[in-house]
Write a protein that binds this ligand. Structure first.
Ligand SMILES: [Fe+2]
Ligand SMILES: [Fe+2]
Length: 460
């Protein structure tokens, strides 16, 4: 029988009867020259109407392409589910009785979910690989407090059939908007000609620039979505301006704000190479063998080596120290601990920004998690327990679809000079100041937070 939920009935007058797999995998090859018929069978997938051949014997035929995308964040216990997901990982394991079963982690832009297939595991396993898109049929259940799906059937779906944006999580802001704000911040806030020259050179590499705009900041925990690195780095750079001014008002000249802003922008840039993020996020081989701290420090040196006239060697060393020490402790992956005021502030800013992002993520579980007391999140491993999230925080999370534009904040009116200069491929560009920025003044901004010395938040 043809499974069908849609209202419109269309049938294709065709001659060839595809195999069952053809029907589930190659819808796009079916002709659109169909004749609408009333009261018969129909089917649509989220992206196109599919015409069914008239001369097919439908007995036993099951069409798997669902009518609409169902998102992981919307799943509830005991819900039958038919939709398309991206395969983040897969493995065949054995039960205690030695029977094979299939373990999958599937994802879409709203999260991931564990999936198990207890029957037919080997055959199902042969139909797809990790990073493929699959149309699944199954039922949601709750296991040890987590939702998972018990699978009854699955077919591969071609990438051309899906909307990629449905499957890869992305920052709430566009990468272009974030990047414009970052360049504007450099233009407005960075006075050092040497630091500005460094950024002009760094971002003049178009491939680097596009990867910097796309990369996540982490595999999990915080900013683990496309453009997450950019969102995280910009947020820290903005804090750096406020915090640097604040302490310079108390202790004149203690903080080199230009250097601190630079450190925020480059501290995690090695993530660009450390992670794969064209499909499900995972560590790359250079990421596993070298790590983002080493990769980032290397890039500073390589970028400086290409500059003419040469970048101030002391600035190169300071920039490398910022990257190498930003995890704060050797046991957290930093080969040296912070030895400058800017390096210490950078480490704390990284902690503050990553924690606040985790707190925001915890809002979701406080509102949507099953069986929780009102206002309390479920257990947050990296934040040492359940969090109380109510009032404005809860309302703010619920209104997260309406995020403010990125173009506001410390001195962030967009300016064209650097933006234009970085558009010149591999050109040596000297960035001219467009206006006199005037003396910096202290603000009321203050960040009060501190790291829990027992937690390493820099990994996954
Ligand atoms: Fe890091
Ligand atoms: Fe970071």
């Amino acid at each position: 029988m043809v499974r069908c939920d849609c209202d419109t009935i269309k049938m294709h007058i065709g001659s060839e009867t595809p195999t069952r797999r053809d029907k589930t995998r190659n819808f796009s090859s079916w002709s659109d020259q169909g004749t609408p018929l009333d009261g018969t069978y129909a089917m649509a997938n989220p992206y196109k109407t599919v015409m069914l051949p008239l001369d097919v014997n439908y007995a036993g035929l099951e069409i798997m392409m669902p009518n609409e995308k169902i998102f992981i964040a919307d799943l509830v216990d005991n819900q039958p589910v038919e939709t398309v997901f991206l395969v983040a990982s897969k493995a065949v394991r054995e039960t205690k009785n030695g029977d094979p079963y299939l373990c999958l982690t599937l994802q879409d832009r709203t999260g991931t979910i564990e999936v198990r297939a207890w029957d037919n595991a080997i055959a199902l396993d042969s139909r797809f690989e990790a990073d493929h898109f699959v149309a699944i049929r199954g039922r949601v259940s709750s296991y040890r407090g987590e939702l998972q799906i018990t699978l009854s059937d699955l077919e591969r779906v071609e990438e051309s059939e899906v909307n990629l944006a449905d499957y890869l999580p992305h920052s709430k802001w566009s990468a272009d908007e974030l990047f414009d704000s970052l360049l504007a911040l450099i233009e407005k806030e960075v006075e050092s000609e040497e630091v500005r020259r460094f950024f002009a050179k760094l971002f003049s590499d178009q491939e680097f620039q596009s990867r910097y705009k796309r990369a996540p900041a982490a595999m999990s925990n915080h900013h683990n979505y496309l453009a997450g690195l950019l969102e995280h780095s910009l947020s820290m750079a903005r804090l750096a301006v406020s915090m640097g001014r604040h302490y310079n008002a108390y202790y004149p000249g203690l903080v080199d704000v230009d250097l601190l802003v630079a450190g925020c922008i480059i501290h995690d840039m090695g993530k660009i190479e450390e992670l794969h993020y064209t499909r499900a996020f995972e560590y790359s081989t250079p990421g596993r063998l070298l790590g983002h701290i080493t990769i980032g420090a290397q890039w500073v040196e390589e970028t400086a080596a290409k500059m003419q006239p040469p970048l101030d060697p002391n600035l190169v060393m300071q920039l490398k120290h910022l990257i190498l020490s930003h995890h704060g402790r050797q046991e957290y992956g930093s080969p040296v601990t912070p030895k400058t005021a800017e390096a210490m502030l950078l480490h704390f800013l990284d902690m503050v920004d990553s924690r606040m992002a985790m707190w925001w993520n915890a809002c979701e579980s406080s509102i949507q998690g099953p069986g929780q007391s009102e206002g309390w999140s479920d257990y947050q491993r990296n934040l040492n327990g359940s969090l109380y999230i109510a009032g404005d925080a809860a309302r703010g999370w619920q209104a997260k679809g309406q995020m403010p534009p990125m173009g506001s904040g410390p001195g962030l009116a967009p300016g064209p000079a650097l933006r234009e200069s970085v558009g010149k491929e591999n050109g040596e560009v000297r960035v001219e100041a467009e206006e006199d920025f005037g003396p910096r003044t202290s603000t009321e901004d203050e960040v009060t937070s501190g790291p829990d010395p027992n937690l390493n938040l820099f990994g996954e």
